[in-house]
Design a protein around this ligand. Structure first.
Ligand SMILES: Cc1cc2nc3c(=O)[nH]c(=O)nc-3n(C[C@H](O)[C@H](O)[C@H](O)COP(=O)(O)OP(=O)(O)OC[C@H]3O[C@@H](n4cnc5c(N)ncnc54)[C@H](O)[C@@H]3O)c2cc1C
Length: 397
């Protein structure tokens, strides 16, 4: 006989975990199904940067959603740490967005033109940058200084969301979902490698794999993998006092466990000469990415020449053509929700995604102060072909 739940969540990445947690908090009977392991997709490989001043968001609902999710983190982290006993290595520090050349200066200034109203930063010159951190490169021309930005361990966050959801009654099983059970215009459950599960609602939170479910629904789900790699270094000196990023060189963050995170690759290298995009679901670390990331790190923080490489991580982010997530029902169907396409910002956007999808499932609407219609999948209906290459460029995290 088929098993039942109110809601089946497909995928135990940070998004599936957040959706399950917010649903379970409200008493829903939730089943999470994961094909491989918790966080085995993009979520365990992410930097965990929760930042607003990079190139990841655009004016309007994209930035407003990001700001709202940013504000949710302190309370969510406290609740998860209390409920699970885990330390999520959450830190809040000032940030510097560095310009090492005139092009980076222009890229930062372009963003500041519209970001200043919602997220003020101030320009400081290279000497002031080096007063904050004397070991930073003498080639740094300027930086945008932000009073506060945040970062945490993305794998721990993913595990904590799943664990806290379980403590509130959700059940998790390692099963690959192989198809959707449909009846008329309704989704009634899922077929898996271990039998059928029936439910009122299926939430597709399968990251870059979500496109597979388009076949059962007769609807294109425009998501593709965007490979990303980053490095963890062991550097014996004091940790950096600020969170660092630069438009062409990505991020550099001293984590609370003492390791230095450097990354990440995205759709292009920093001279825009070669593209990393294009190898489907390839999660193998590469030498070309390692060398580029080490070079970027040395450009910004020359003392890391003496650092040791501890780990190289690679994952596939779920990329949409406009790099904004897809959140909400699939047109023409009842009982199925999409929660995917978070690209380079799925850790950052996990809290608001969990809350909004729980609202949609339980109440049919949400009252978060953001125009969430901007994230419906129907925004892509008018176009048959999409430019994922453009969307995959300019990655910090
Ligand atoms: C190098 C790198 C650095 C990053 N840095 C940051 C950062 O600093 N800040 C930030 O906000 N974001 C960052 N990201 C992006 C972030 O990791 C992703 O946006 C986020 O993890 C996506 O979460 P997800 O749950 O949608 O997908 P995933 O984590 O990929 O989870 C999807 C899950 O679904 C499972 N699944 C797939 N198909 C099935 C099926 N048929 N049945 C059952 N289970 C299935 C998969 O096994 C997987 O576990 C980074 C990503 C990378 C790769």
């Amino acid at each position: 006989m088929a098993d039942t739940a109110d809601v089946v969540v497909v995928g135990a990445g940070v998004i599936g975990g957040a959706v399950a947690y917010y649903l379970a908090r409200e008493g829903a009977k939730v089943r999470i199904l994961e094909q491989e392991a918790i966080g085995s997709g993009a979520s365990a490989h992410a930097t965990g940067s929760i930042s607003l001043v990079g190139a990841e968001f655009v004016p309007g609902p994209s930035f407003e959603e990001a700001l709202e999710s940013y504000r949710m983190f302190p309370d969510l982290v406290s609740a998860l740490e209390e409920e699970t006993g885990m330390d999520l290595l959450f830190q809040r520090k000032p940030s510097l967005r560095l310009a090492l050349d005139e092009e980076e200066e222009r890229l930062i200034e372009d963003l500041r033109k519209w970001q200043m109203e919602l997220r003020p930063t101030k320009w400081i010159d290279g000497d002031e940058v080096r007063r904050i951190e004397p070991r930073l490169s003498p080639n740094i021309l300027k930086a945008a200084y932000e009073d506060e930005s945040s970062q945490l361990d993305s794998y721990r966050l993913t595990l904590a969301l799943g664990r806290a959801a379980e403590k509130r009654g959700a059940e998790m099983q390692l099963r690959k979902v192989t198809g959707l059970i449909t009846e008329g215009g309704r989704v009634r459950g899922v077929e898996t490698s271990g039998g059928e599960f029936h439910c009122d609602t299926v939430v597709l939170a399968a990251g870059a794999w979500c496109a597979d479910f388009g076949r059962d629904l007769g609807y294109t789900i425009p998501v593709r993998p965007l490979k990303g790699e980053r490095l963890l270094l062991k550097y014996e000196g004091d940790p950096l006092p600020v969170l660092i990023s630069s438009p062409k060189r990505g991020h550099m963050i001293s984590r609370l466990d003492g390791l230095l995170s450097v990354g990440s690759t995205g759709g292009r290298d920093y001279d825009d000469q070669s593209l990393f995009l294009g190898v489907e679901f390839d999660r193998v670390p590469t030498e070309v990415a390692r060398l580029e990331l080490l070079q970027r790190a040395v450009d910004v923080f020359p003392v890391v020449e003496s650092a040791q490489l501890v780990q190289q991580l690679a994952g596939s982010r779920p990329l949409t053509p406009d790099r904004m997530p897809i959140l909400g029902p699939v047109p023409g169907w009842e009982g199925v929700m999409l929660a995917t396409g978070h690209a380079t910002k799925g850790i950052h956007l996990a809290p608001i995604t969990g809350r909004v999808i729980a609202d949609y499932v339980l109440r049919g609407k949400t009252d978060v102060p953001v125009d969430m219609d901007a994230f419906l999948v129907s925004r892509f209906d008018a176009s048959d072909s999409h430019d994922y290459r453009e969307a995959g460029k300019n990655v910090d995290e």
